[in-house]
Write a protein that binds this ligand. Structure first.
Ligand SMILES: *[C@@H]1O[C@H](CO)[C@@H](O)[C@H](O)[C@H]1NC(C)=O
Ligand SMILES: *[C@@H]1O[C@H](CO)[C@@H](O)[C@H](O)[C@H]1NC(C)=O
Ligand SMILES: *[C@@H]1O[C@H](CO)[C@@H](O)[C@H](O)[C@H]1NC(C)=O
Ligand SMILES: *[C@@H]1O[C@H](CO)[C@@H](O)[C@H](O)[C@H]1NC(C)=O
Ligand SMILES: *[C@@H]1O[C@H](CO)[C@@H](O)[C@H](O)[C@H]1NC(C)=O
Ligand SMILES: *[C@@H]1O[C@H](CO)[C@@H](O)[C@H](O)[C@H]1NC(C)=O
Length: 299
C-alpha cells in the first residue's frame, strides 16, 4: 500500500491516464471509444488453428454476436455465431459462445484477411441508435518453408574438383523469402558467387524457391549450408577431392567406433595385467618380465 502510493506520487496520476489505454490495448480487452474496439491482429500457419476473441461486457446479456469476413467491395461473409437469421456456419469453424471465441481450424492461405466481430447487447435493442458494436480483426496466415535441401555438382579434372555448383531449394512456403548462404570458412567473396536466385513474384499460393552458387575450388575444401527463415540445411562439403560424400566420416559413427576400440584396449590391458600379476606372484623377480609383456602389447 505504502509502495504503491509513493509510486503514484512519484509518477503522477496523469501518467496512469496515458498508461491505461496502452494496457487495455496490449491485453486486447476493452474499448474505450464506445463500441469500436482496437483492431486485433492474429497470425496463423497453413494447417494450424486460430481463435478470435470478441471482447464483450460479460455482465450484460447479448442480443446477437457473430463473426464475419470482410471481402472485396465491402461485402461480408457470415462465419459463425448468433445471427437474427438462421445462417449456416462456415466449415472448419467452431463457436465457443460462453467465451465469445471463434476457432478456425486447418487454416489455408485464403483465410488471411479482415474479419469483424459484430454484436449487440439486449439493453440496446430498443434504443434509437441500436448500439451495434464492431471489433475489427486482422488475420495473417503464412506457411513455413521446408528445411532447405542442398546439392552439389563439381567440375573435375582427373578426380580433382575445379569448380562446384551448389543448389539450395526450399518448398511450400509463403510469403516468398530470400535464401541465405553460409560458407563456414569465410573465404574471400571473389572465390564464390551466387549464379541465380529463383524467387517467385508475389503470388497467393505456396511457392518453392531456390538459389545456386558457384565455388572456386582453388581454395580447397569448404563447408557450406543455406538457410531460409532461420531453418538451416545440412552442412555439405564442397570441393572435397575425396570421392563420394557417403565415405565422408559421420562423427557419431567415429565416436562409437572409438568407444568400442577403447573398451577392447582396456579389457586387454586388464587381462594382461592380471596374467602378469599371476606370473609375478609365481616368480620372485617379476619386474623384467612385466616390462617385456607390456612391450608386446604395443607391437
Ligand atoms: C488444431 O486443433 C485441433 C483440434 O482441437 C487439434 O487436434 C490440433 O492439434 C490443433 N493444431 C494445431 C497446429 O494447433
Ligand atoms: C457455457 O456456460 C453454461 C452455463 O454456465 C454451461 O452450462 C455450459 O456447459 C457452458 N458451455 C461450454 C461449452 O463451456
Ligand atoms: C504477414 O506476415 C508476414 C510475416 O510476418 C509479413 O511478411 C507480411 O507482410 C504480413 N502480411 C500482411 C498482409 O500483414
Ligand atoms: C569474414 O571476412 C570478412 C573479410 O575478410 C570480414 O570483414 C568479416 O568480419 C568475416 N566474418 C566472419 C564471421 O569472420
Ligand atoms: C513445389 O515442390 C513440391 C515438391 O517438389 C511440388 O509438389 C509442388 O508442386 C511445387 N510447387 C510449385 C508451386 O511449384
Ligand atoms: C579460381 O581461382 C583461381 C585463383 O584465383 C583462378 O586462377 C581461376 O581462374 C579461378 N577459376 C575459376 C573457374 O574461376
Amino acid at each position: 500500500m505504502k509502495a504503491s502510493s509513493s509510486w503514484l506520487t512519484l509518477l503522477g496520476p496523469r501518467l496512469l491516464l496515458y498508461l491505461l489505454p496502452l494496457v487495455l490495448k496490449i491485453t486486447g480487452l476493452s474499448s474505450l471509444d464506445g463500441g469500436h474496439s482496437y483492431p486485433q491482429s492474429y497470425k496463423g500457419v497453413v494447417g494450424g488453428n486460430v481463435s478470435f476473441y470478441c471482447p464483450v461486457d460479460k455482465t450484460k446479456n447479448l442480443h446477437f454476436l457473430y463473426f464475419q469476413k470482410v471481402v472485396v467491395n465491402g461485402k461480408h461473409i457470415f462465419f459463425n455465431g448468433y445471427h437474427s437469421k438462421p445462417l449456416q456456419p462456415q466449415q472448419r469453424t467452431k463457436m465457443d459462445h460462453n467465451n465469445t471465441i471463434m476457432h478456425i481450424y486447418e487454416l489455408t492461405l485464403s483465410d488471411s484477411g479482415e474479419y469483424e466481430c459484430y454484436y449487440m447487447y439486449q439493453d440496446d435493442v430498443n434504443t434509437l441508435d441500436q448500439g451495434v458494436n464492431t471489433v475489427k480483426i486482422h488475420l495473417n496466415v503464412t506457411a513455413l518453408f521446408s528445411k532447405p535441401v542442398i546439392t552439389n555438382i563439381c567440375n573435375q579434372a582427373n578426380g580433382i574438383p575445379l569448380e562446384c555448383e551448389v543448389k539450395c531449394e526450399a518448398y511450400n512456403g509463403f510469403p516468398d523469402k530470400k535464401i541465405k548462404w553460409n560458407e563456414l570458412r569465410n573465404i574471400s567473396k571473389e572465390m564464390w558467387n551466387i549464379l541465380m536466385n529463383d524467387e517467385v513474384p508475389t503470388r497467393t499460393e505456396l511457392v518453392n524457391i531456390s538459389s545456386t552458387a558457384s565455388f572456386n575450388c582453388s581454395v580447397g575444401e569448404l563447408k557450406v549450408s543455406c538457410s531460409v527463415d532461420g531453418i538451416t540445411s545440412d552442412i555439405i562439403s564442397v570441393c572435397s577431392s575425396k570421392a563420394s560424400p557417403d565415405q565422408s566420416a559421420n562423427p557419431i559413427v567415429i565416436a562409437a567406433v572409438v568407444c568400442v576400440l577403447v573398451g577392447i584396449a582396456i579389457l586387454c590391458v586388464f587381462k594382461f595385467k592380471k596374467r602378469t600379476t599371476e606370473a609375478e606372484n609365481a616368480r620372485p623377480n617379476g619386474h623384467p618380465e612385466e616390462v617385456r609383456v607390456l612391450n608386446n602389447v604395443g607391437s
